[in-house]
Design a protein around this ligand. Structure first.
Ligand SMILES: [Ca+2]
Ligand SMILES: [Ca+2]
Ligand SMILES: [Ca+2]
Length: 200
């Protein structure tokens, strides 16, 4: 194996580790059709269980962070939704949130809960005059089996609330995995150097 092939193999291995499998089903809310400029409420969405209603929106009071659809959970009143994720080890939760345009502080709250990881986002932030101002949230959590990922609208129950999009959960490789990969690459590099020396 030539040095360039070793380098290529290393790059492919690292790329494969970087592209961790996505565990959330329909995390961007694109699986259910919603026409441009419209919204509708659903008991459930693909992958998600509503408690009780989920509002699916496409280019209404702001555009999606990813794709064309996003979700709002203050429907007729504050609601929740959940999806059960199964994993063992360390995982990263990632999602995007925006306060709703023109709504006062305290009307846009969103709580999230995922095993030992929970919190509130932007409960005291007013929406922009027009459209979305998306903000990215990430957190690490250790999972030990099936775990509910829950989002809940909180604050003033007015039928207007914050927007959610692009929810993701991916495994975080353990340090031991990297150590094994690097050790393996070291062996491959040594073999390549020896072969090159023998050819010379
Ligand atoms: Ca989306
Ligand atoms: Ca609403
Ligand atoms: Ca509200």
């Amino acid at each position: 194996m030539t040095i360039s092939k070793v380098v290529t193999a290393a790059a492919l291995a690292l790329a494969a580790m970087g592209a961790q499998a996505e565990l959330v089903v329909n995390g961007s809310f694109e699986a259910d059709a919603q026409a441009n400029g419209t919204w509708s409420t659903h008991s459930n969405l693909t992958g998600w269980t509503g408690m009780t209603n989920i509002e699916l929106r496409n280019n209404v009071a702001g555009q999606a962070q990813d794709g064309v659809n996003f979700v709002e959970l203050d429907t007729t009143r504050n609601m929740s939704m959940k999806q059960t994720i199964t994993g063992n080890g360390l995982y990263q939760l990632s999602f995007w949130y925006s306060a709703r345009e023109g709504r006062a502080a305290g009307d846009n709250g969103l709580d999230f809960s995922f095993g030992s990881l929970s919190g509130s986002v932007l409960q005291t932030t007013a929406g922009a005059a027009s459209g979305h101002v998306w903000q990215h949230y990430t957190g690490l959590v250790t999972l030990t089996g099936a775990t509910d990922l829950v989002f809940s609208a909180v604050g003033a129950s007015t039928s207007y609330g914050g927007s959610l999009d692009n929810v993701s959960v991916t495994a975080v490789p353990e340090p031991e995995t990297y150590a094994m990969l690097l050790a393996g690459l070291g062996v491959m590099g040594a073999v390549a150097r020896r072969r090159k020396a023998q050819q010379a």
